[in-house]
Design a binder for this molecule. Structure first.
Ligand SMILES: NC(=O)C1=CN([C@@H]2O[C@H](COP(=O)(O)OP(=O)(O)OC[C@H]3O[C@@H](n4cnc5c(N)ncnc54)[C@H](O)[C@@H]3O)[C@@H](O)[C@H]2O)C=CC1
Ligand SMILES: O=C(O)C(=O)CO
Length: 329
C-alpha cells in the first residue's frame, strides 16, 4: 500500500473523484481564485506532493513555493497554464486529459460553424424580441455548411474529430495544416482521400470555413494575424476552438470590419473571462462562447476521472496513462 501523501486540489472536482483521492491521501481543497481560499492555497503549497488543477496558472514562482511537489495532474488537455520549462528542470511530472474530450469539443466547434453560417443567435433574438413580422428575406439568409470546404489549422486528436464530422456527415472537403502530415492510413483511415495536408497559403485561400484547433505555445502565440486573415477567401468564416492567444484579436476585428471575414465563432479568447470592453463581446458578426468546448456533464466527469487516476498512479510510483512530455517544448 502507498504511503499517504499530501494533495492540493485547486479546481472543482466531482464528489466521487474527490472521495477516491481522500481514500488514499490527505487532501486539501483550496481555490486560489476565491479571495477567502487564497491564503489556504498558498499555505498548502509548502507541503504538497501532488496537485490537481486546470485554469489557474502554475508559474515558476508558484513552483518555488512548492518544494516537495512530485506531480501535477491537470483537468485539461491544454497545458499552456503550466511553466513547462520549470517543471522539466525540477523533474515534476505533468499529466493531462487527452482523448476523452475530443468528440465533445468537436461538437462545440460544429455548433459554432452552424451558428455563424445560419445566423442562429441573431435570428433567435429576432423571434424573442418580437421582430418576426414578415417572411424572412434575403437580407437575413445564411450560407450552407454542407459541401463547403473546411480548412483546419491543427489536425491533432480534436482536429481529426472535427474533420470526421465535416467529411463524413456534411460532405465537406477538408484541408489541413499541421506541424507534420498525419498518416491517415494508420491513424484515421475513414478520412483517407477526404482530408488533405495542404500548404498553409493554399488551405487558407481554398477554405470557406477556417477552424483553428491549435495548442498555445511559443510557435502558435499570435500566429493567426492580419497576414493570415488576408490570405483567407473573402467572406470566409473563422472559428477558434483552441486557445485565444493564438489569434491577434485586433487583426481579427479588422478583418471582420473590412468584410474580409463574414463572421467569427469563438470559444476562446486571449483574456478569459472576456473583458467587458472587448469589441468581440458585442460585435454583430461574432458568436462568442465562454470557453465551453468540453463543458458537458459526461465529458467534464470523464476528464476529472482521468486526472484523478493519473494522479493516483503517479503518487503510487506507477506510470499514468496521460503524461505530458514537458521536454518536447
Ligand atoms: N475550447 C476548449 O474548451 C478546448 C480547447 N482545447 C485546445 O485545443 C488544443 C488541441 O488539442 P488536441 O487536438 O488534443 O491536441 P493535439 O496535440 O492532438 O493536436 C495539436 C495539433 O496542432 C498542430 N500544431 C501545433 N503547433 C503548430 C504550429 N506551430 N503550426 C501548425 N500546427 C501546429 C499539431 O501538429 C497538431 O496537429 C489543446 O492544446 C487546447 O489548447 C482543447 C480542449 C478543449
Ligand atoms: O482541456 C482543455 O484544454 C480545455 O480548454 C478545456 O476542456
Amino acid at each position: 500500500m502507498t504511503a499517504r501523501k499530501k494533495v492540493l486540489v485547486f479546481r472543482e472536482l466531482p464528489d466521487d473523484q474527490l472521495a477516491r483521492l481522500e481514500a488514499a491521501h490527505d487532501v486539501k481543497v483550496a481555490n486560489p481564485k476565491l479571495p477567502t481560499q487564497r491564503d489556504a492555497f498558498h499555505a498548502a503549497l509548502a507541503e504538497v506532493q501532488g496537485m490537481i488543477g486546470s485554469s489557474y496558472p502554475v508559474d515558476a514562482a508558484l513552483l518555488v513555493a512548492a518544494p516537495k511537489l512530485e506531480v501535477i495532474s491537470s483537468v485539461s488537455v491544454g497545458v499552456d497554464n503550466y511553466a513547462l520549462d520549470a517543471l522539466q528542470a525540477r523533474g515534476i511530472m505533468l499529466c493531462h486529459t487527452p482523448g476523452v474530450l475530443d468528440e465533445t469539443v468537436a461538437d462545440t466547434v460544429f455548433a459554432l460553424l452552424m451558428a455563424t453560417s445560419r445566423r442562429v443567435v441573431e435570428l433567435a433574438n429576432l423571434v424573442r424580441e418580437g421582430r418576426w413580422d414578415k417572411n424572412i428575406g434575403e437580407d437575413l439568409f445564411g450560407f450552407d455548411v454542407h459541401g463547403k470546404t473546411l480548412g483546419l489549422l491543427g489536425f491533432g486528436r480534436i482536429g481529426q474529430a472535427i474533420a470526421r464530422r465535416a467529411a463524413l456527415g456534411f460532405g465537406m472537403p477538408v484541408r489541413y495544416h499541421a506541424r507534420r502530415p498525419v498518416d491517415l492510413a494508420t491513424q484515421a483511415p475513414e478520412l483517407q482521400g477526404k482530408a488533405l495536408h495542404t500548404a498553409l497559403d493554399a488551405m487558407l485561400a481554398e477554405s470557406d470555413f477556417v477552424v483553428a484547433m491549435l495548442p498555445l505555445s511559443a510557435s502558435t502565440r499570435g500566429m493567426i494575424d492580419a497576414d493570415l486573415f488576408a490570405q483567407m477567401k473573402p467572406g470566409a468564416i473563422f472559428i477558434n476552438g483552441g486557445r485565444g492567444a493564438t489569434v491577434n484579436e485586433d487583426d481579427l476585428l479588422a478583418a471582420l470590419d473590412s468584410g474580409q471575414l463574414l463572421a467569427a465563432g469563438l470559444d476562446v479568447f486571449a483574456k478569459e473571462p472576456l473583458p467587458m470592453a472587448s469589441a468581440l463581446r458585442t460585435h454583430p458578426r461574432v458568436t462568442p462562447l465562454p470557453h465551453i468546448g468540453s463543458a458537458t456533464h459526461e465529458t467534464r466527469h470523464a476528464m476529472a476521472e482521468l486526472a484523478t487516476t493519473n494522479l493516483l498512479r503517479a503518487l503510487a510510483g506507477e506510470r499514468p496513462a496521460a503524461v505530458y512530455d514537458t521536454a518536447a517544448v
